[in-house]
Design a protein around this ligand. Sequence first.
Ligand code: EPU
Length: 352
Amino acid sequence: MHSPTAVPPSTPPALEIERGASLRAFNTFGLPAVAKALVRVRSEADVKRVVNHPELGIAPKFILGGGSNLVLTQDVDLCVLKLEIKGIRLLEAREDAWIVEVGAGESWHETVQWCLDHGLPGLENMALIPGTVGAAPVQNIGAYGVELKDRFESLDAVDLVTGRSITLNAAQCAFGYRDSVFKQHLQGKSVITTVRLRLPRPWVPVLGYLELERKMAETGIASPGPRQIFDWICEVRRAKLPDPSVVGNAGSFFKNPVVSAEQCRDIIGRDPEIVHYPLEDGSFKLAAGWMIDACGWKGKSIGRAGVYERQALVLVNRGGASGAEVVTLARAIQESVYGRFGIRLEPEPVVV
Ligand code: EPU
């Protein structure tokens, strides 16, 4: 990994434009689709060259990171920008936090590892989340009690209309549950090039999740360090989430729905077992995986798309599935959950 601010060569290489490019290898679901044009973006300057390009500049864009949160149901009649900006470095060691600057094209999990290897803890609960660093703020990734927004300083992005660089802080990113300004009004309008992570000092472990409490009880380790938590998270995730390099998938396929206290009481009245978590504002988050499981979907398939055997929230490609098959399965699940619980499940990945 190199510094993201490395000086570019004096004559930059021409943009690499691939017409009619297959996207199958670039989405973790392994779905077939062809892009009208695919451009590999390796620097902020490359993004600006795309904006100023006579043909690409005006073409509508689709921004592709690791393709781990994507369901391709058709060919993509857009200019796909594949973010490959590399680089990771410790930017600043403040008294209250380490600031780590990372290129958008770096792998998220490798970044978590790099930080641990350099004595910079704080990301361990988010180990093994697939995808790239640039995609992490888009849907405010999170796992086991920590979200990206809790470890975020700022990011740089390039406006795809003006070509201007902008820097956004956390408030400007408007992070929500698997949501940000990049899924709302900035969608398709700007490209994240660099992310600065904020790792608070002193390090404080986040151990409130049932699975981590279970590991502590099993091992008798009462005060685990960051490396221990990292190892446990990897074990927990490997036990219940499919490895996308083996079984095509996009992680959780649906968001966990948020309902009012009244709605929650109503559902508990009918289904006392339903897994639910109180939120600060008095509403409740329901476990979509539990509801899908309760509807009998775990391990089932429609065509070549299926529901993962060990976690009903994850849809998988059983081999050669099309995006249409995945969407058909997702709709059937939505209908049965609605029929039983009166809840409309919302997909988490971007469906194209
Ligand atoms: N459950 C079932 N059956 C299932 C699946 C889940 O009964 O088939 C129950 C579980 O026993 C548990 C509850 O539902 O009581 C919640 O399940 P789990 O703890 O596995 O978490 P989740 O709600 O399914 C969320 C995130 C994951 C994240 C985990 C851990 C969403 C949509 N998903 O999953 O994120 O790793 O919590 O923090 O918020 C992702 O976004 O792609 C993702 C994997």
